[in-house]
Design a protein around this ligand. Structure first.
Ligand SMILES: [Zn+2]
Length: 245
């Protein structure tokens, strides 16, 4: 979409959506109090507010190629600062790492020749090296599409593990004030799959009744994908080594 259409869009936004939600925006001018840090890919096909049916002010968002969270001190940059501020500055209670189907970054991880002319991208994907090693050790027999799917899913789980190397996250988990959620958004269906450590699988959130009040749990690596509500499982799911039985 050319830039002039974006400018037109700004005009339309002020005339329509802004006017309709004027009170919300006036309230937001006084400050933000999001409860969730939403970490996802920079891919243009993902709209965190749209897929979660939330409003401005509801999600504190961190995006990069491949929804990667470098381990603490591996790369002190925007990711580390954003995570620390979300927890210690804003007091968020939930962190979602949301990968997505057809992720170009994960394709680049699987097929490095595709990014060999992009040294910064190749270096960045190095922070997902554990994902690649797990995939190479367990899943190389899978057909191409399934291989990409498990890479996307494994990568989300690896980033959940990396999150726990961040002191603010570790403290939040120990205190029972923080929950982590591993999600994968499927572009073609609009569905979101959440990892359920109880069964070692990603299960469809749309097949669930919306959860009521979540019960805080202490030191739970990944909050259950609301498995208490019971769901069918997703074809091609796998048991991740990240969550031993
Ligand atoms: Zn992506």
């Amino acid at each position: 979409m050319p830039i002039h259409e974006l400018v037109t869009g700004v005009h339309r936004f002020r005339e329509q959506a802004f006017r309709e939600q004027k009170e919300l925006f006036e309230k937001l001018a006084g400050g933000q109090a999001p409860q969730t840090l939403f970490i996802t890919c920079s891919d243009s096909r993902i709209d965190p507010n749209l897929i979660t049916h939330t409003d401005p002010g509801d999600l504190f968002v961190l995006r990069n190629a491949g929804n990667i969270v470098p381990a603490y001190r591996a790369a002190t940059g925007g990711e580390t600062a954003t995570i620390e501020f979300a927890i210690d500055g804003l007091g968020i209670t939930d962190i979602v790492v949301c990968g997505h189907s057809h992720c170009g970054a994960m394709k680049g991880l699987l097929y490095p020749e595709a990014v060999k002319e992009m040294p910064a991208v190749a270096e960045w994907l190095g922070y997902a090296d554990a994902t690649l090693r797990i995939v190479k050790s367990k899943y190389m027999h899978l057909p191409e599409n399934d291989l990409l799917t498990v890479t996307i899913e494994e990568n989300v789980l690896i980033q959940i593990e990396n999150l726990q190397t961040h002191p603010a996250v570790a403290v939040g988990l120990v205190q029972g004030k923080l929950k982590l959620h591993a999600w994968v958004y499927e572009i073609e269906t609009g569905d979101v799959y959440a990892f359920d450590p109880a069964i070692g699988q990603f299960t469809s959130l749309s097949a669930l009744r919306p959860p009521t009040d979540a019960v805080p749990q202490r030191i739970l690596q990944v909050e259950s994908g609301d498995s208490a509500f019971g769901v069918g499982s997703r074809p091609g799911q796998f048991r991740s080594p990240a969550f031993p039985e």
